[in-house]
Design a protein around this ligand. Sequence first.
Ligand code: ZN
Length: 132
Amino acid sequence: MENNIIEEIAALRQEIRELRYLIKPPHLSKREYAVRTFEEQMQKYGLFDLGWNYTFNRRPKGSGVTKYKSKVIEISTKFLDSEKITEYDIRRTIAHEIAHAILGPGKGHGHEWRKKFKELGYDGKKTSRKFT
Ligand SMILES: [Zn+2]
C-alpha cells in the first residue's frame, strides 16, 4: 500500500514535469522555447545518444527539415518568429521532425510515420500551419 502511493506520486510528478513545458514560460522567447523543447524531446527519445543534433535555418517556407546524412533537424527562424505560430505549432513541428529522425529516410509521411507521430502525441496529419 505504502509503496503504491510512493510510485503513484513519482508518476504524477513526472507527468507534471512534462506538462510544465507544454506552456511557454512568459520570460522565454519562442526561439528559446524551441531550444528547450528540442533539448527535452531529443533527450527523451534518445536522439542525442544516436548522434543527432538540431539547429535553425532562415528558410522562408517549410517550418522544419530533417537531414538524415548529417543527422540534423532544422527549424526555420522565419517560422518561429511568425506571429501566427503558437507554442503548440512549435512543439508539433519539432515532433514532426523527430518522428522522421526516429524512423530514418525513405518513409515520407506514410503509415509508419503517421503511427510514430501519433505515439509522440499528435494527430496523423502532415500539414503544419501556414506562417507566411
Ligand atoms: Zn515531414
